[in-house]
Design a protein around this ligand. Structure first.
Ligand code: MN3
Length: 202
């Protein structure tokens, strides 16, 4: 995971073919989302940190967890771009070809698969503008669903990120246009539940 890496950050390869999530998430969207949007966050973060060698030994995790310790003129740029790097690395890593069964850890925590989907979809639909719905765990390892704007990361809010649901328009507009709800339903089909469960247990 890129979260343990330090400056200069490099774009990780997509861990499956670009058409692997078809027909739910189309190949063209995956190319734009991974090769352009994700790469822009990587490039921006490197450019922002380049003049600050004192932060070149900080991992991406540290940059987000210790955001409030950074100089105030750096905090917004790091929040947006370190968040963009972390969130996209995790997002792409936790998708997989359709067909995996939901983790029982998640289903049980929310009263079943449909109840989990309903709460997650609701958070994603109610996120006004750009942002993510997040499955997170708190200090007591309880699973929760929250929504955060833009590229804000749960680490900066004292929560551990488990699964990010990207509801920026760039994640779905080519195929779904304004139909965010249809995109969310499709995304539920391509979650890598084995990898999500490893994060919960890890
Ligand atoms: Mn995105």
């Amino acid at each position: 995971m890129i979260s343990e890496k330090t400056y200069p950050f490099e774009l990780p390869a997509l861990p499956y073919p670009y058409d692997a999530l078809e027909p739910y998430i189309d190949m063209e969207t995956m190319h734009f989302h991974h090769d352009k949007h994700f790469k822009t966050y990587i490039d921006n973060l490197n450019n922002i940190l380049q003049p600050y060698p004192q932060y070149h030994s900080w991992t991406l995790n540290e940059l987000l967890f210790r955001l409030s310790e950074l100089p105030s003129n750096l905090q917004t740029a790091v929040r947006n771009n370190a968040g963009g790097v972390y969130n996209h690395d995790l997002f792409f890593d936790l998708l997989a070809p359709a067909g995996q069964q939901i983790s029982p850890l998640v289903a049980d925590a929310f009263g079943g698969e449909e109840a989990w989907k309903k709460e997650m979809k609701n958070a994603a639909l109610l996120q006004f503008g750009s942002g993510f719905a997040w499955l997170v765990s708190d200090h007591s390892k309880n699973l929760q669903i929250i929504a955060l704007p833009n590229q804000d990361n749960p680490l900066s809010h004292g929560l551990y990120p488990i699964f990010p649901l990207d509801v920026w328009e760039h994640a779905y507009y080519l195929k779904y246009q304004n139909l965010r709800g249809d995109y969310i339903d499709s995304l539920f089909q391509v979650i890598n539940w084995k990898a999500v469960e490893q994060r919960i247990n890890g």
